[in-house]
Design a protein around this ligand. Structure first.
Ligand code: ARG
Length: 429
């Protein structure tokens, strides 16, 4: 490992150094472009308060821009010799600018530097998840439109219950995906605040232009109190993963339904060949591995969130413990994005067996309809209920189309309110 930023003489144990640096340099590779963005904003902020001259600002931002371009080309590659991305930036700037490069850390600490880089990364990641969720909700809404009146039994306790429709199922999933997107957006309010300028966690003895830096980095506001900003490390990430979990829990439910519906016992749905995998021994198999992994992925996100929560029992101020929040955060977000991206693909691939679904709306499914019809004819509902229960064996199958069309209350099969779902889907804010 090269000489650390904090080296002031004395020898550090090499094994201890490896233990503390861990894989931080690899994780920081993904934060590097954001770190560079914030570094340039910091430099310009120092220029505005006269800590750096205009010429120094120009030369430094020029060198940072060059590093950003290198980074975008994939040529700024961190190695184990870099303790972390922050050290790498200072080392590279000192390499290219000499003495001037050593001024970069005036008025900041790696503690607020990592915070701001994470916030910028999280803002992009959240917007990416929201966009992917919108795609998924869109595919589900299209399905609801296409199969609006396609009969499908409604199940409770996994037992056939009442006539229902593919439209209701798909619109319901679409709505749940949009609920999760709202949670992601709500969490963005906590992410979208600039922590840079808090330095080690207690401010610094120069009048930093925090508002200007905040504007430059397009944050909605300043994360004013530096102790609160430091304490938010990890908790903001738990909030983000909790919102991601919400999305993943909906996808898990979708995956469960599809894996049931594709069994030969249900036989409602087939996946196209392109979305199935085979068995190494059983020539007859076409397996829905993709939906099974979409189901399991929720556990990955939950595990990441638990891992984070387990580290956050800390007193005020920065602690190195916080470094370990980075890996589960990235793992959880990566898993969520990869899984959400599969959603439209799988939804658009579903091949419904309409005849089997219609046939599965068996005579018993109409028991509730009958009891309600009797109630409408004047029989008190509890008496109607008992009367139908006594005659279950002789119940004749009803007409699924008529049953669906009679369900006219808002949200029910004949009034799915797909236009309001579409309007919600289209809201950007
Ligand atoms: N890699 C560190 C982290 O992620 C950067 C901050 C190091 N700060 C320190 N005081 N050692 O938290």
């Amino acid at each position: 490992m090269s000489r650390p930023l904090w080296d002031k003489g004395g020898v550090s144990d090499a094994e201890m150094m490896r233990y503390t640096a861990r894989d931080d340099w690899q994780l920081d590779q993904r934060l590097l472009r954001y770190d560079l963005l914030a570094t340039a904003a910091h430099v310009r902020g120092l220029g505005r308060i006269g800590v750096l001259t205009a010429d120094e600002v120009d030369r430094m931002t020029g060198a940072i821009d060059a590093l950003s371009e290198e980074c975008a080309r994939g040529e700024l590659v961190l190695t184990i010799a870099d303790e972390d991305g922050h050290s790498a930036i200072e080392a590279r700037l000192t390499q290219s600018l000499g003495e001037l490069g050593k001024k970069i850390h005036t008025g900041r600490s790696r503690n607020d530097q990592v915070l701001v880089a994470l916030r910028l990364y999280e803002r992009d990641a959240t917007l990416g998840l929201c966009a992917a969720a919108t795609e998924g909700a869109h595919a589900l809404l299209d399905l609801a439109r296409a199969e609006e009146f396609t009969p499908l039994p409604g199940y409770t306790h996994l037992q056939r219950a009442v006539p229902s429709s593919v439209g209701l199922w798909a619109a319901g999933l679409s709505e749940s995906v949009l609920d999760a997107r709202d949670m992601l957006r709500a969490n963005l309010r906590l992410i979208d605040r600039n922590p840079l300028g808090g330095a080690a966690g207690y401010g610094v003895n120069i009048p930093l232009d925090r508002d200007g830096v905040t504007r430059e980095l397009e944050f909605a506001g300043v994360n004013v109190n530096p102790i609160a900003a430091q304490a938010s490390r990890g908790t903001v990430e738990v909030g983000l993963l909790a919102a991601a979990w919400q999305l993943m829990a909906t996808i898990r439910r979708f995956a469960w339904d599809v894996s049931l519906f594709t069994t030969s016992e249900f036989g409602f749905v087939k996946l196209p060949h392109a979305l199935t995998t085979g068995s190494s021994i059983m020539p007859n198999k076409r397996n829905p591995d993709v939906v099974e992994l979409m189901r399991a992925a929720c556990g990955v996100v939950q595990g990441a969130m638990n891992e984070l929560m387990g580290m956050l029992s800390l007193p005020s101020g920065y602690h190195r413990d916080l470094q370990l929040t980075k890996a589960p955060l990235m793992r959880g977000l990566d898993e969520t994005l990869a899984t959400v991206r599969m959603l439209p693909l799988v939804v658009r691939g579903l091949e419904f067996d309409r005849i089997r679904m219609r046939a599965a709306v068996s005579a018993d499914c109409y028991a509730t309809d009958r009891a309600v019809e009797l109630a409408l004819a004047g029989v008190p509902f509890r008496d109607a209920y008992r009367q139908v229960a006594a005659e279950l064996d002789t119940l004749t199958p009803g007409d699924p189309d008529a049953s669906l069309r009679a369900r006219t209350s808002p949200g029910a099969c004949a009034d799915l309110r797909l236009d309001s779902l579409q309007a919600r889907l289209d809201t950007a804010g």
